[in-house]
Design a binder for this molecule. Structure first.
Ligand code: DC
Length: 225
């Protein structure tokens, strides 16, 4: 059977990864978190002391980068950077802005494009990111643009950081979310935007279960699964 692709795009903190992971488990699909791939490049630039906004300097690093995506015994996606597992490190708050900065560079996007497409050719996937429905998988069977207000996203992120034992003040989180939204949607290369044929799902007023139900309904309607 031909692999099925489900593209989920939206701003940071909209719940894409948690929802997509849960859908993938229900449907038996591979979950691909493409943000983690950009974070891995951002982390590499940070580690090498390279300004993530400097496209030439970042592009010069790419030949030294080998990024691999593996699935651990825990069933979760792990990121390998030159063979080293950096899954935890790429989640540090300072890496979020580095990831956003490197992701604006066309050379970085071109470097990562084929890797993402190959995953969708070989597996049924739920892939989340910013440009999956618009650029990476324009022929995806289902496209969803998942969003929520910046305040709701900041509150969710604050809870997540508290649970992880690395709390941050609400105002700081909100400011960073707004900054990333702006960067991600105003860059020239593959900016964050809703594909014309994507279904808009706003989860501002929905809890996790309600969001799951809404997403599953959209997927079932469009794929007959
Ligand atoms: O989803 P995330 O927050 O882990 O993504 C980190 C950064 O990577 C985000 O600021 C934008 C960028 N990104 C992108 O440009 N394209 C994607 N498909 C996924 C993420």
């Amino acid at each position: 059977m031909r692999p099925i692709s489900i593209a989920i795009d939206g701003p940071s903190g909209a719940g894409k990864s948690t929802l997509a992971r849960s859908m993938a488990a229900k449907l038996g699909f591979l979950y691909v978190d493409t943000g983690a791939i950009y974070r891995t490049i951002g982390y590499f630039a940070h580690e090498r002391g390279v300004d993530p906004k400097d496209e030439q300097a970042v592009a010069a690093l790419l030949p030294q980068v080998h990024v691999e995506l593996t699935y651990g015994e825990d069933g979760l996606q792990h990121m390998l950077l030159n063979g080293r597992d950096v899954t935890r490190e790429i989640r540090l708050p300072e890496i979020s802005l580095c990831a956003s900065a490197v992701s604006a560079h066309p050379s970085v996007r071109a470097f990562l494009l084929e890797m993402q497409r190959e995953l969708a050719r070989s597996h049924s996937v739920i892939m989340d990111g910013r440009d999956i429905g618009t650029v990476v998988l324009p022929e995806a069977d289902v496209k969803v643009f998942l969003t929520a207000s910046a305040e709701v996203r900041a509150r969710r992120r604050m809870l997540e950081l508290e649970q992880r034992g690395t709390p941050e003040p609400f105002e700081k989180i909100l400011r960073e979310i707004e900054e990333r939204d702006w960067n991600d949607s105003h860059r020239a290369a593959a900016p964050l935007r809703q594909a014309e044929d994507a279904v808009l799902l706003d989860t501002s007023a929905l809890d996790f279960r309600q969001s799951e139900d809404a997403l599953l309904r959209i997927i079932r309607e469009r794929t007959g699964l």
